[in-house]
Design a protein around this ligand. Structure first.
Ligand SMILES: [Zn+2]
Length: 721
């Protein structure tokens, strides 16, 4: 495996990547090229170390065969002259394989067709804005050839420090003949050429008897009468793969032709991480696998629908860090808001976001955008510099933040977030949960928002339990099943489905000493959505030491009673457990087991009869929470630090404390997400020698005030040999 990021960081150990996106853009007119040199002079003044731009095929090759790279050549000259690195976005934007739009001549000269959003849609390019399905063979061949040309041109140019394979990737379903052809090929691989097996798996809702692969068609829907769930699941997985495969192909082109082997990244939209990525067909696991370093678009204020909610931000940053294949799981922010749009981020909000990203392992900040577009929509939006390129107040404070990072570049690039606890969140479970409860894996996100809440609250609740207590939290999904043993505690929220592979990973984890906590409903269906009569399935009954064969609604629910006499309500569903070895941690008032714990191998498996994580999110029950806390502590999933916030050490203070370690030293980052100041006392086992990152003053361990939305870092450098 190419470890392009580590190579890059070892070549530039002192330089912390901080900057903004610059022209050329992928759409609309750029600000004048004659002014670029004076822009670079100002960037130097502002401590900018990196910029990013688009190599949009339709703008470079407006007529087939006539390629104009002069703007990129010029940018690279300036980058070398001023010591500012350049990241080139050579691949897709949104759902388009190249830039925002493909070259127009592909339609007029070769008749390339747009995607077909429904099976019966008429797909013709009939307006000035054209689109082409990324499965069109001619389009793919020519697009990948163009990207190869770009990589070769800058393969030895040291101004370039990285590549972006895709800007904010997402992909709608397509029913065109090229896509359906690839779907059939994908299905033949998945079912090992066994059509009878596909008929069996797809033919549960109504009989299906395809006699040849050519007869197989993509499903148009799902639901109670809409169509089979398994066909829909496969269609989703295929579309997830289709996007990740295109990203991976671009990554492979870079690896093949870039002599300097610079890392490939992509700005995944961070706010999609609660299941919405599933609907956008952005599979986080697969996308992470197609990148050298995971990158993000990190917008929290600028658009309608952005949220500054700290739990949401933390969850999404943790979710994306967890799919980074880079050994230290470093991430790059490739877009984050700089200037005005629907709303404008304020200076305290902007700095808190910078600190928070650092706390979650981000090693690059590129703001959107340096100077504003010169035409079309977004003129006067998002820009950090003034319209004429002069320096604004917001540019100054961002520049000062960069200056601080540059003075600690080696340390800040090196340290990373450790592993303590994780939430199990496989991508396949997201598809199955949404298909079962979501009412629609539909492109219209708003209409699905309510159903989405049902699906996501368990995940959010499990994460919130850890986050409220400053217990560092990651996510386990398909790709890192084998990393489970690096965690002390794993939470299993709303795992209705189970696969033999997941079950075996959980079994091994517990056997080797791990602690798991599962909420109901747990493992009562397999990944083809077949019921098995009793649960949990695939050998987990032995691991958890109990089973159930029914569930009831809250209307019939007794209270849960704990050993210490505390009581708690069930949430929505509830199970009684039949014991085959487990101990009872809580009973229902009727005397039957409600929460059970089983020693298995060296570890502990706990299973609750109700949705304790979903409940924690919206109606936390004191007795249940106390039990979860005790289990977490006994498992060794401890907080990064004990903190008193206004004299109180209760969880949920909205003060986050992160610890990052590395060979160069240690950094603590403290975040006050509250809109009011907080008096802080922080108790660290290793406080000796800590200094404040901004002021350099020794940390005296005494109480201090965190301003509203304040961020602060304490650091200690190891002595270099
Ligand atoms: Zn298509």
């Amino acid at each position: 495996m190419i470890d392009a990021l580590s190579d890059f960081q070892s070549e530039h150990p002192e330089r912390f990547l901080f900057g903004a996106s610059v022209a050329p853009f992928a759409k609309s007119l750029d600000y004048p090229e004659e002014e670029w040199e004076s822009d670079f002079q100002k960037m130097k003044e502002l401590n900018i170390t990196a910029v990013r731009c688009y190599v949009a095929w339709d703008r470079v090759e407006q007529k087939e065969g006539e390629l104009d790279f002069h703007a990129y050549d010029h940018l690279c000259e300036l980058g070398l002259k001023y010591g500012i690195g350049i990241i080139l976005n050579l691949g897709g934007v949104f759902s388009c394989l190249t830039g925002v739009y493909p070259p127009q001549w592909l339609v007029r000269k070769y008749g390339c067709k747009p995607p077909k959003p429904t099976p019966t849609a008429v797909a013709e390019n009939a307006s000035p804005r054209i689109s082409i399905c990324l499965d069109n063979p001619l389009y793919r061949r020519k697009a990948f050839a163009f990207m190869e040309t770009v990589v070769k041109r800058y393969a030895e140019n040291r101004a370039v420090i990285g590549w972006m394979s895709w800007n904010e990737p997402a992909l709608p379903f397509c029913y065109c003949k090229d896509t359906q052809k690839r779907f059939r090929k994908w299905l033949q691989d998945k079912y090992n050429g066994n059509l009878a097996e596909l008929n069996r798996v797809w033919g549960t809702e109504f009989p299906i008897n395809y006699e040849s692969w050519e007869e197989v068609q993509a499903p148009a829907g799902f639901g109670f009468t809409g169509g089979g769930l398994n066909a829909w699941r496969d269609w989703h997985l295929f579309t997830h793969w289709r996007l990740a495969d295109a990203m991976g192909t671009i990554r492979d082109i870079v690896h093949k032709f870039d002599a300097l082997q610079r890392p490939v990244t992509s700005n995944l939209v961070y706010s999609l991480a609660y299941y919405r990525h599933t609907m956008a067909n952005l599979n986080l696991d697969m996308a992470g696998g197609a990148l050298d370093v995971v990158g993000l678009s990190f917008y929290t204020r600028a658009h309608t629908g952005d949220t500054f909610d700290p739990l949401h931000k933390a969850y999404c940053l943790s979710r994306y860090r967890s799919v980074s294949r880079e050994p230290s799981r470093r991430m790059w922010i490739l877009e984050t808001e700089a200037g005005p749009n629907v709303r404008q981020i304020t200076e305290p909000q902007r700095k808190l976001n910078h600190w928070m990203a650092l706390a979650h392992n981000v090693k690059c900040f590129l703001l959107w955008i340096y100077r504003c577009r010169y035409s079309d929509n977004q003129v006067g939006n998002f820009n950090m510099m003034a319209w004429d390129g002069s320096i604004t107040n917001r540019a100054r404070y961002n520049g000062e933040f960069s200056k601080m990072l540059q003075s600690h570049g080696r340390l800040m690039n090196n340290v990373s977030v450790g592993r303590t606890a994780a939430v199990f969140a496989p991508e396949l479970q997201s598809i199955l949960t949404l298909a079962t409860h979501g009412g629609g894996l539909v492109p219209n996100l708003e209409s699905a928002a309510k159903e989405l809440e049902v699906c996501t609250r368990s995940l959010k609740g499990a994460y919130k339990f850890l986050w409220d207590r400053n217990i560092p939290a990651d996510f386990i999904s398909e790709w890192n099943l084998r990393d489970m043993n690096q965690y002390k505690l794993i939470l299993l929220p709303m795992m209705e489905n189970m696969t033999p592979e997941w079950a075996e990973a959980i079994r091994q984890y517990v056997e080797q000493g791990g602690t798991v906590i599962a909420e109901s409903p747990f493992a009562f269906k397999d990944d083809d959505n077949f019921l098995h009569g009793r649960a949990p399935i695939f050998g987990l009954e032995e691991v958890f030491g109990a089973w159930t064969n029914d569930r009831e609604g809250r209307e019939s629910a007794p209270k849960m009673v704990f050993d210490n006499g505390g009581t708690a309500d069930v949430f929505f569903y509830w199970h009684e457990w039949h014991l085959t070895g487990a101990q009872v941690l809580a009973k229902y008032e009727t005397g039957t087991p409600a929460i059970v714990a089983n020693r298995y191998g060296k570890g502990l498996a706990i299973m609750a009869g109700t949705e304790i994580f979903r409940q924690y999110f919206s109606e936390p029950q004191e007795a249940t929470t106390a039990l979860l806390e005790r289990v977490a502590t006994e498992a060794g999933a401890t907080p990064t630090a004990r903190v008193l916030v206004n004299g109180d050490d209760s969880p949920g203070s909205l003060v986050e404390v992160a610890k990052l370690d590395g060979t160069e030293g240690t950094v603590y980052i403290i975040l006050n997400h509250n809109e009011e100041e907080r008096l802080m006392e922080i108790f660290l086992k290793d406080a000796d020698g800590l200094k404040d990152l901004e002021t350099g003053q020794p940390f005296d361990g005494k109480a201090f005030v965190m301003p509203p939305l304040g961020g602060r870092a304490l650091y200690r450098e190891n002595v270099r040999k």
